[in-house]
Design a binder for this molecule. Sequence first.
Ligand code: ARG
Length: 244
Amino acid sequence: MCVQWILLIFSVSLTSCHSLPERIVGGSSISIRSVPWQASLQKYGKHWCGAVIYSSDIIITAAHCVKGVSAGAFSVRVGSTYTRYGGQVVKVSKILGHESFDKSLANDIAVIRLQSKLSLGTAVGSIPLAESSPATGSSASVSGWGSIGYQRPMSKALHGVSVDIVDRNKCQRSYSGFITKEMICAAAPGKDSCSGDSGGPLVSNGELVGIVSFGMDCAHPKYPGVYANVAELKPWILKAIQRI
Ligand code: ARG
């Protein structure tokens, strides 16, 4: 009887744990002003993926966010902490995804040209691309409107979380050889990006070091988040911007 009560109390407290105000897998609500390069890539007017402002008319996102969809379906919202209102909304004119992005998920990067220029200000700004990959253990932050936990709802307000760059070989072992040099891994206990954050920024030292790409589950202790490695992909990005 007593044991049953203890079990009952335990399960009640477990269920109520789930209704605590959970943040994006260990992060917290942030203002767009702290990450003015963050954009919401919208498909038919609804948040679809994260994206990053490179310049007033060039946006970077993940290839898997735009693959097989025509440019006309997309717009970006910038300068707002929310995906549904505020800031500026500009239509996409052209998309160029990496030619070698495929099932291996390597080269998960795309550049977007906007139909008109964004007006830059305190809530809307660009971020430089990293020259070299950050060292293992470097601290980085990732932001987005993605899910606040694996198979949990999307977040209406922007969230951010800080994670550490994971050793490539360690990440390679987690994903049994799947990790290429065009990928970079980051993790911290109970902290991660999640579905809906894809295409968004991983920033370290004021530079864009990664684009949210994939992960097994979210904040899984054995599986780091995997990002497109911006420093490795920089030559492709710069050429793509010339071509688009
Ligand atoms: N592929 C996901 C998206 O489309 C991003 C998943 C990131 N997962 C992670 N565990 N870091 O939004």
